[in-house]
Design a protein around this ligand. Structure first.
Ligand code: KIV
Length: 296
């Protein structure tokens, strides 16, 4: 482990010190490297991979093997940030032993330091079994996208007294079970504030207002690369999709107009031997050159 690696204890300490925790998702080497170089505390290899990278219209399609494949790529890039692997749909709710084994794959094969699971009080025994196996766990309540068919869509949660109470209780139970932090997704900011104030461990908000201990966004969303839909909470910090299109169009134009590649972007043959190779080439017939090539 790198000496400077952010740990779960450091994440918790940040809450105690009143410092905001800044987190983002990543799914590959190049993005993860940039994110890490920016001093982001925690990188989640989210199952949002299913939508923003693999093109499915929800997070249910992505498999354990795909998640591990991408977690490996991220962990090869990261020196500082804590890496959390997001356990995909059906990988942890069917059988406790299978859940612990799958969580262990994120650590052993993927190089993550923790896993994230979606759900409240009903998954406490699963979380406890993972922690017993020395696997650090991050919780995730509110809008849990793996349950969209049960919920009825990507809808804001905790908008009634009853459902808000359930979220507050679930957060307490998750903390008691030993999670090191909890993602609060798409819930009213007032409920997120109550939960945040009631916990010793940090809350990481996405669509949960300004009073969480930290924030997370899907990197393809906040950079304006994935624009299929835009929830209310999402802010585009850059319009990289447009900038990428400009660059790609410019490349297309330069190749078509024979402006790229120019000689600055080409390799040079040694000038003292150039005449010799030119003379040789002109002395050969096309047929002879082909037969010469084939002999090689
Ligand atoms: O999959 C994901 O990216 C997530 C975050 C949005 C919290 O779960």
């Amino acid at each position: 482990m790198s000496l400077q690696k952010v740990t779960a204890n450091k994440i918790i300490e940040k809450k105690k010190n009143g410092e905001k925790i800044v987190t983002l998702t990543s799914y590959d080497y190049a993005f993860a490297k940039i994110v890490d170089q920016c001093g982001i505390d925690l990188i989640l290899v989210g199952d949002s991979l299913s939508m923003v990278v693999l093109g499915y219209n929800n997070t249910l399609a992505v498999t354990m093997d795909e998640m591990i494949h991408h977690t490996k790529a991220v962990s090869r890039a990261v020196d500082n940030a804590m890496i959390v692997g997001d356990m995909p749909f059906l990988s942890y709710k069917i059988d406790i032993n299978e859940a612990v084994k799958n969580a262990g794959r994120f650590i052993q094969e993927g190089g993550a330091e923790a896993v994230k699971v979606e759900g409240g009080t009903e998954i406490i025994p699963i979380i406890e079994a993972m922690i017993k196996a020395d696997i650090q766990v991050m919780g995730h309540i509110g809008l849990t996208p793996q349950a969209i068919y049960q919920i009825g869509g990507f809808l804001v949660q905790g908008k009634t007294v009853e459902t808000a109470k359930n979220l507050i209780i679930a957060a307490q139970n998750l903390q008691n079970a030993g999670v090191f932090s909890i993602v609060l997704e798409s819930i009213p900011w007032q409920i997120a504030k109550i939960i945040t104030q009631s916990l010793d461990i940090p809350t990481i908000g996405i669509g949960a207002g300004p009073y969480c201990d930290g924030q997370i966004l899907v990197i393809h969303d906040m950079l304006g690369i994935f624009t299929d839909f835009k929830p209310k909470f999402l802010k585009y910090f850059e319009n990289l999709g447009d900038r990428m299109q400009n660059a790609i169009k410019k490349y297309k134009w330069e190749v078509e107009e024979e402006k790229y590649p120019d000689l600055i972007h080409s390799y040079e043959f040694p000038s003292d031997e150039l005449e010799e190779i030119k003379k040789w080439a002109t002395s050969q017939s096309f047929k002879e050159i082909n037969s010469y090539k084939m002999k090689q």
